[in-house]
Design a protein around this ligand. Sequence first.
Ligand SMILES: *Cc1c(COP(=O)(O)O)cnc(C)c1O
Length: 429
Amino acid sequence: MNADDLAFDQRHIWHPYTSMTTPLPVYPVARAEGCELTLTSGERLVDGMSSWWAAIHGYGHPQIGAAMKAQIDTLPHVMFGGLTHAPAVDLCRKLVAMTPAPLECVFLADSGSVAVEVAMKMALQYWQARGESRRRFLTFRHGYHGDTFGAMSVCDPDNAMHALWQGYLPENLFAPAPRSRFDGEWDERDMAGFARLMAACRREIAAVILEPIVQGAGGMRFYHPEWLRRIRKMCDREGILLIADEIATGFGRTGRLFACEHAGIAPDILCLGKALTGGTMTLSATLTSRRVAETISNGEAGCFMHGPTFMGNPLACAAASASLSLLESGEWRRQVAAIEAQLRAELAPAGEAGRVAEVRVLGAIGVVETTHPVNMAALQRFFVAQGVWLRPFGRLIYLMPPYIISPAQLRRLTRAVNDAVRNDAFFTV
Ligand SMILES: *Cc1c(COP(=O)(O)O)cnc(C)c1O
């Protein structure tokens, strides 16, 4: 990558949520190994993002790499209509075994957003097949479920700028975001708004959709497990489906294999993505119960109406299967617990800084919420100079490192965060 390549990038290539008139700087990366990214300049950065929750085993894991290399030589891709292959069967067998009991029918798709679309379509087809017109989804404010239209329609209406898409987005129901904190007291009043919406619209609601325990991109908030138990009960009483979007929380990130386990509940439909392939390939899965799957299949359409071109891509399935095998050793439990303890100890001092509203930690997730929005470009430059890769946004500086991170590497990340929050230059006041 030379200066010319960088100039081309800035002029012609969109990055996530960027502008073509005022592009933000991008850093050219040459390789990634373990917990380190190496820039083309030779600078090495400790990765605190796991490439957005995905690279849980770090980069270049030899077992995942070997599985992918073997797969590339035999069958990197083939259509999934009318054909099947061992990588898909191996993967789905593992997914069915590791998720809660009622979930046993798997739909493989390409990205998290599509897994959410698939979940929403499943819920709509389920009610269609039962001869009831239920077209609405109930969710929380401050949620994030992806960038496609169905997914956007259940994202926080302000963050996702619903006003921009008025008349085009389906209008769903938004309850106030949970206020009872994960490790705080359960406040009965917290349920009032949600319960009111549920009661008022009970015959219209196809499903409740939520991110269990951790609201991710919509604010990095951790809420009380009692919420999930209550919602599970309410859904059961009304026959409403419960969709758990564990695209961010799945595969150990919160200290449990799936965040629903904090409450001991199982959803009717489960969305998985991000860490599914250990951060190597794009792949997602939507699982549902036999009851829901059979109801859909006996409906008017006679099938589930979805089938992406690259469905069940063998290369991605082989990577995912290898990643899940690594989780089977159970080593991640000790790793995530150690990261949690270290984040708690080392981020605590940041809570004293004047510009910090709150520090919170759950599993291998550390969040420093600031009182003012950060100047992302300036802060990013500072972090790179400190030898770390973090990508703050809005009023959030957050860490979700690969589970294999060493204590020394993690210390480097937490030190950079502690230094950053004490410098007023990084905040837009
Ligand atoms: C990232 C994310 C999605 C969307 O996944 P993509 O792969 O980016 O489409 C959906 N739900 C949650 C909870 C996520 O964190």
